[in-house]
Design a protein. Structure first.
Ligand code: ZN
Ligand code: MN
Length: 472
C-alpha cells in the first residue's frame, strides 16, 4: 500500500535590527513610519548612487551562521539578482549567490519534544535539520493597495527598501508540520538570544516561506532511516509548491496542513500537483495559486561591481564566536544540571535570555542571604513558572521575600500559634492591659513577641487576629 509523506523545506527571512540600512545611512527601523520618509538616493535606487555595506549587518549574519553551526566562507561577495517589480527600484536586489557568508549548518530538534512524532521508536535519536545556507541581502519596498478617487491604485512605500535582510535556507528535511513548528520557533529564539532582530512574524521582521511536496512511498522506499539525509534518497517528487503570505506561526501550520491535504487528495486520484507559488488566504483558510513556476527563475545573477569582495581571517571569525554567548539549548542543559531542574522547568526558564538571567539572579540572591536559606533553587523555579512572575517588575529579592512569607504561613498551624500567643500574653500582662485601655499600638509589640517565639513563622495579620480574640 502507498503512503504519502510530506517533504518540506524552508526559506526564512529575518530583518536585522541594525541602526542603519544595508547600504546607506538611513535608519533601518521603518516600522510605523510615514511612507517614504526614511529614504535616500541609495535606497531609492537613483542613478549614480553607490552602496556601502553595513559592517554590523555582515557581522551579525556571521554570528547567526555560527549559532546555526554553519561554516563561514572566508571569501564572500554580493551579487545582483535581477527581476522587475515596482517595490524594487533598481531592477535588481543586492543579494548573495554563489559565495554566501555561511553554508552547511545544522540545527537539532530535541527528541524530548513531544511534538516530534517521527522516530518515536528510537527515543534517543535526535532529528537534525540541515541548513544549506545563510546569506545577507537587502529588503524591498512595500506595496499598498488603496482606493483613491474611486480608483483602485497601488502605492509604493520605500521605507523598508534596503533594510538588512538575512535569508536562511534549509534542505527539504522536514516530514511533518510539527517539525517545522519546532524549528521555526527555535530559529526565532536563537535570533532573539543573539539580539540581532525582534524576529516578529506579525511585524514582518521574520517571514517564513515553506516549500512542500508529497512523496508517494511504497514498500521499497519505506526505510528512510537508512539514509543519512534526504539528498541521498533516490528521487524526490518532481514538483514543489512554494507558500507565501504567511505572517504568524499559527498560519505556517494551517497553510502546511491545508497543502498536505490538497496535494495528497490529488495524488490519490492520480493527479500530479503543479509546480506553483501559492498564497495563504487567511480569511478563507485556503491557499490559492499565485503563479505557475517556470523551471527556475532566470535572475541573471552577476557579482555586484560596486562592492569589493569580502575576506575574513580566522581570527575575526573566532572573535565573533566569542560573542555568541550561551544559546538556549546549552543554557537549558546547564540549568538542569546546576539547579537540579526538570527538562520542562529548564525549557521554560530559558525561553528568553532575560528569563534565564532573572532566574539566575534570584538564585544568586538566595545564596547570598541567610534570610533565604530555606528556599531551594527548585522552589524559585516553580514560583517563576507557576505564578507567572512579572520579571520586569518584581525584583529578585522581592520574589524571595514573597516565597519566604508564603512558606512561613503554611508551616505553623493555628493551634500551635495560639499556644505560643497564650504564653506571650501571660508574660506581658502590662502590655495586654495597655491594649485593653485602648492603646492600639500595643498589639504590634505582642505580634512581634509571638513572631520571635515562632522564629518568624506565621502571618502577622493572622497572629494579630488571634491576639484580639484571646484578649477580649
Ligand atoms: Zn537610504
Ligand atoms: Mn531572499
Amino acid at each position: 500500500m502507498n503512503t504519502f509523506e510530506p517533504i518540506i523545506g524552508l526559506e526564512i527571512h529575518v530583518e536585522l535590527g541594525t541602526k542603519s540600512k544595508m547600504f546607506c545611512g538611513c535608519p533601518a527601523d521603518h516600522f510605523g513610519k510615514e511612507p517614504n520618509t526614511v529614504t535616500c538616493p541609495v535606497c531609492l535606487g537613483l542613478p549614480g548612487s553607490l552602496p556601502v555595506p553595513n559592517k554590523k549587518a555582515v557581522e551579525w549574519t556571521i554570528l547567526l551562521g555560527l549559532a546555526l553551526n554553519c561554516n563561514i566562507n572566508e571569501e564572500s561577495k554580493f551579487d545582483r539578482k535581477h527581476y522587475f517589480y515596482p517595490d524594487l527600484p533598481k531592477g535588481y536586489q543586492i543579494s548573495q549567490y554563489d559565495q554566501p557568508l555561511c553554508i552547511d549548518g545544522k540545527l537539532t530538534l530535541d527528541s524530548g519534544n513531544q511534538h516530534i512524532k517521527r522516530d518515536q521508536d528510537s527515543r534517543n535519536l535526535k532529528k537534525t535539520i540541515t541548513i544549506r545556507r545563510v546569506h545577507l541581502e537587502e529588503d524591498t519596498g512595500k506595496l499598498k493597495h488603496a482606493v483613491i478617487e474611486n480608483k483602485d491604485v497601488t502605492l509604493v512605500d520605500f521605507n523598508r527598501s534596503g533594510v538588512p535582510l538575512i535569508e536562511i535556507v534549509t534542505e527539504p528535511d522536514f516530514h511533518s508540520v510539527d517539525e517545522v513548528d519546532v524549528f521555526v520557533k527555535k530559529v526565532q529564539q536563537i535570533v532573539r538570544y543573539l539580539g540581532i532582530s525582534g524576529a516578529d512574524m506579525e511585524k514582518g521582521s521574520m517571514r517564513i516561506e515553506p516549500s512542500i511536496s508529497i512523496e508517494i512511498q511504497n514498500e521499497l522506499r519505506s526505510q528512510p532511516k537508512m539514509y543519512k539525509s534526504r539528498k541521498e534518497l533516490p528521487t524526490l517528487p518532481t514538483y514543489r509548491v512554494e507558500l507565501k503570505n504567511i505572517n504568524s506561526f499559527r498560519f505556517v501550520r494551517r497553510a502546511l496542513e491545508y497543502e498536505i491535504k490538497r496535494q495528497t487528495e490529488m495524488l490519490q486520484k492520480g493527479v500530479q500537483p503543479l509546480q506553483q507559488t501559492r498564497g495563504w488566504v487567511e480569511a478563507k483558510g485556503v491557499t490559492v495559486a499565485q503563479r505557475e513556476k517556470e523551471e527556475a527563475h532566470d535572475y541573471r545573477y552577476f557579482s555586484e561591481p560596486d562592492i569589493p569582495p569580502m575576506r575574513f581571517a580566522q581570527a575575526q571569525i573566532s572573535k565573533l564566536k566569542a560573542h555568541i554567548g550561551e544559546l538556549p539549548d546549552e543554557k537549558k542543559v546547564r540549568f538542569m544540571k546546576e539547579y537540579d531542574l526538570s527538562d520542562y522547568d529548564a525549557t521554560i526558564l530559558t525561553e528568553t535570555r532575560e528569563k534565564g538571567e532573572y532566574y539566575e539572579n534570584c538564585v544568586k540572591c538566595q545564596v547570598s542571604s541567610i534570610k533565604y536559606t530555606s528556599i531551594a533553587s527548585k522552589i524559585i523555579a516553580n514560583w517563576i513558572i507557576n505564578k507567572k512572575v512579572d520579571i520586569q517588575r518584581v525584583s529578585s529579592s522581592q520574589l524571595l521575600d514573597q516565597i519566604v512569607q508564603s512558606t512561613q504561613t503554611g508551616t505553623v498551624s493555628d493551634e500551635e500559634l495560639e499556644k505560643v500567643i497564650r504564653l506571650v500574653l501571660l508574660e506581658n500582662p502590662k502590655v495586654v492591659n495597655d491594649y485593653k485601655k485602648g492603646k492600639e499600638q500595643a498589639i504590634m509589640y505582642l505580634v512581634g513577641q509571638t513572631l520571635r517565639q515562632t522564629k518568624g513563622k506565621g502571618d502577622a495579620q493572622a497572629i494579630s487576629a488571634i491576639i484580639k480574640r484571646l484578649i477580649v
